[in-house]
Design a protein around this ligand. Structure first.
Ligand code: BV8
Ligand code: ZN
Length: 235
């Protein structure tokens, strides 16, 4: 597939790109949703009902993500962004910071980030590294009103305007390591395709999502570097 280096690229990543860095996905064997019900830990209602359970769930994941290292797939996407002459946007559904650790600059975390806390009183976002709990104070309004800066089910994902604009201009849309289960992210391929983009899916197994023109099956740490080399004409 020949893509001119000045044409706009939009990449969407999901939990599968971080699996080889040791971070559990959601819906695979042994995934995050096996131990917990989505309603209890990933909805505003669940947080309201039992905030400590939700704080613990994200504290455990924040600690794991802090120790995790980017793998060859994250590094390849950072190299692609660096080498690309056209517009490049990396949208991630992931809440870990492995893309940033790999050197990616233009990253939109549409489902939020583990290393950020949100104040539900004043709405401020603040960088957060350690454990978060109900007694932590907001650095802006000093009230004990912080929650994980995560987009839960029923909440509006972040940066949707920028995302929709980029999808409308994309010449190439690549979805990596996502099951295509969660909306609106799962609908991005349709928006890109209707704007005339070439659509490629890279996944450990074929998801059968025939909205994608090309399907590359393989683990991200192998398939993504190979794909990037091909795009950069190094293959
Ligand atoms: C909203 C929290 C509306 C963070 C998450 C239609 C339109 C709009 C909404 C809906 C709709 N239908 C239903 C909805 C509601 C809902 C939804 O989509 N429900 C689903 C379950 C049907 N959507 C929402 O609620 C969204 N909000 O729409 O708001 C609104 C409108 C106006 C005003 C207010 C509100 C919010 C969605 C965000 C929810 N938050 N997580 C966290 O805890 O991390 S979603 C959660 O699932 C994660 O964020 C994750 O990113 C996301 C998707 O999962 P994946 O990343 O795909 O991971 P998964 O485990 O599923 O798959 C892994 C894949 O990797 C597999 O395919 C596997 O094969 C592959 N893989 C594994 N290993 C490897 C690999 N690939 C390559 N290499 C490997 N080594
Ligand atoms: Zn505040």
């Amino acid at each position: 597939m020949k893509t001119d280096r000045s044409s706009p690229i939009v990449i969407l990543t999901g939990a599968g790109i971080s699996a080889e860095s040791g971070l559990a996905t959601f819906r695979d064997q042994g995934g995050l949703w096996e131990g917990h019900s989505i309603e209890d830990v990933a909805t505003p209602q669940g947080f309201h009902k039992n905030p400590d359970l939700v704080f613990d769930f994200y504290n455990m994941r924040r600690a794991e993500a802090a120790k995790a290292r980017p793998n060859a797939a994250h590094n390849a996407l950072a190299a692609l962004e660096n080498a690309w002459e056209g517009d490049f946007l990396l949208i991630t559904q992931n809440v870990d910071d492995l893309h940033e650790k790999a050197g990616s600059k233009r990253v939109l975390h549409m489902h939020g980030r583990l290393n950020s806390a949100l104040c539900h009183e004043c709405g401020s976002h603040q960088h957060w590294e350690g454990d978060l709990d109900r007694d932590c104070f907001c650095t802006s309004c000093s009230r004990p009103a912080l929650r994980p800066d995560i987009v839960w089910f029923g909440e509006m994902p972040y940066d949707m305007d920028a995302i929709e604009e980029a999808l409308g201009n994309a010449a190439l849309f690549v979805a990596i390591g996502t099951s295509g289960t969660v909306y609106p992210a799962a609908g991005f391929v349709m928006a890109a395709a209707s704007a005339g983009a070439r659509t490629v899916e890279i996944n450990l197994e074929a998801t059968g999502n025939d909205l994608f023109e090309d399907h590359i099956t393989g683990s991200a740490s192998t398939a993504v570097p190979a794909f990037v080399n091909m795009l950069l004409g190094k293959a």
